[in-house]
Design a protein around this ligand. Structure first.
Ligand SMILES: Nc1ncnc2c1ncn2[C@@H]1O[C@H](COP(=O)(O)OP(=O)(O)OP(=O)(O)O)[C@@H](O)[C@H]1O
Ligand code: SF4
Ligand SMILES: [Mg+2]
Length: 358
């Protein structure tokens, strides 16, 4: 992104950048993305006895200025998707097309620029900041590799502007991470990501480790920054209620693949995959009068191992609607008349929570 469109932090305060609308051009397209990790046995002589199919055929797109929510239980592959997206891991197969160019075949110069444009915020604000570096050095770290983003002379001022923009006292540049609360540390992580003027920020459960009251503040900050800088987010969470607040579109993930996808309204008001329905039924409702109107669906059993996923539909071992075909044919992620794509042979929209419930 050019300087002119991004502006300096100070210059762009209070100004809404041209974000191209939430239905802007396609920025990123993930096609049939797979990541298999080898499953090894033995200590001295390791041998591969299988593979963990952490991500197994994910398709997802992101338009400029929009937020895509990615939701699913622990271990379903969300963080692996985020690491593949920011090129911290190499896919086993599939493609990640960014601005028309496949990331998996980029040369080192293109990859360096891609890594600047696609930043990540991690789940654990305690583990993701180096305890021996000052906050100022943490925020400025990326400029060592991408020197052209911030001229050497004005770096301290720019770091302070960034701290101020994320709601931290600019005078704290010389403090260390342990001197901050969890919410403040997450703000430092956001400032570090912003410092490189990204187009996309992958937010891997950025508020899961925070108190509920602090969660809302961090989500609000992310929304403000999105408006100001025209950012696009992949926002990962295991809680559907957190994702609803911020997402334009939501993708629900189960055991390595996406089982349902749609606008937030489609997925919340008319979920059609049994897994989405079960996830939604477990979201706590804050409005006491609405609680009685919620369908309660209790999921049976545990998530199967991604090293040995069930045949056919991966959700079948926990699904109350499963039929014979579910064991033999993997359902495609398509619209079967319910208005948005769902990977279920018997997809059927069902209101699980009252539509006006948050
Ligand atoms: N480097 C690795 N080597 C082997 N297996 C891995 C590796 N990284 C992840 N996995 C496995 O891949 C699967 C998906 O893991 P991942 O961390 O992507 O899930 P997640 O959805 O982010 O879970 P959580 O909500 O707990 O963060 C898990 O079974 C995990 O054990
Ligand atoms: S395809 Fe079958 S097992 Fe899978 S979610 Fe639909 S009904 Fe359940
Ligand atoms: Mg994770």
């Amino acid at each position: 992104m050019s300087d002119a469109s991004y502006g300096s932090i100070a210059a762009s305060n209070g100004r809404e950048a041209d974000r191209g609308g939430r239905g802007g051009e396609t920025l990123l397209e993930i096609r049939d993305l797979k990541k298999y990790f080898p499953l090894t046995q033995g200590i001295l002589f390791k041998r591969t006895i299988g593979q963990v199919r952490a991500v197994d055929g994910v398709n997802l797109s992101m338009r400029r200025g929009e937020t895509v929510g990615l939701v699913g239980e622990s271990g379903c592959g969300k963080s692996t998707v985020s690491k593949l997206l920011v090129a911290l891991e190499k896919p086993t197969s599939g493609s990640i097309v960014y601005k028309g160019r496949d990331v998996t075949t980029m040369n080192s110069r293109q990859l360096k620029e891609y890594r600047r444009e696609v930043q990540i915020i991690f789940q654990d604000p305690y583990a993701s900041l180096n305890p021996r570096m000052t906050v100022g050095d943490i925020v400025a770290e990326g400029w060592a590799v991408h020197a052209d983003v911030a001229p050497r002379k004005g770096r301290l001022q720019r770091t302070q502007e960034l701290l101020d923009r994320v709601g931290l006292n600019p005078d704290y540049v010389n403090r260390y991470p342990h001197q901050f609360s969890g919410g403040q540390r997450q703000r430092i992580g956001i400032a570090r990501a912003l410092a490189l003027r990204p187009e996309i920020i992958v937010c891997d459960e950025p508020v899961s480790a925070l108190d509920v009251s602090v969660q809302a503040q961090v989500v609000n900050l992310l929304e403000d920054l999105q408006d100001e800088f025209g950012l696009s987010y992949l926002f990962i969470a295991h809680d559907l209620s957190v994702v609803r607040h911020i997402s334009d579109r939501v993708a629900v993930m189960y055991l390595g693949s996406i089982v349902e996808e749609g606008t937030d309204q489609q997925v919340y008001a008319s979920p059609s995959h049994p897994y989405t329905q079960a996830l939604l039924s477990s979201v706590p409702l804050h409005e006491p009068a609405l609680r009685g109107q919620k369908d309660r669906i209790l999921l049976q059993g545990d998530v199967p191992s991604p090293a040995d996923p069930p045949s056919g539909c991966r959700f079948r071992t926990r699904c109350w609607k499963a039929q014979d075909i579910c064991a033999t044919e993997a359902p495609a992620l398509v619209d079967r008349g319910q208005g948005h794509p769902s990977a279920c042979h018997f997809a059927e929209a069902r209101e699980v929570v009252p539509v006006d419930a948050e």
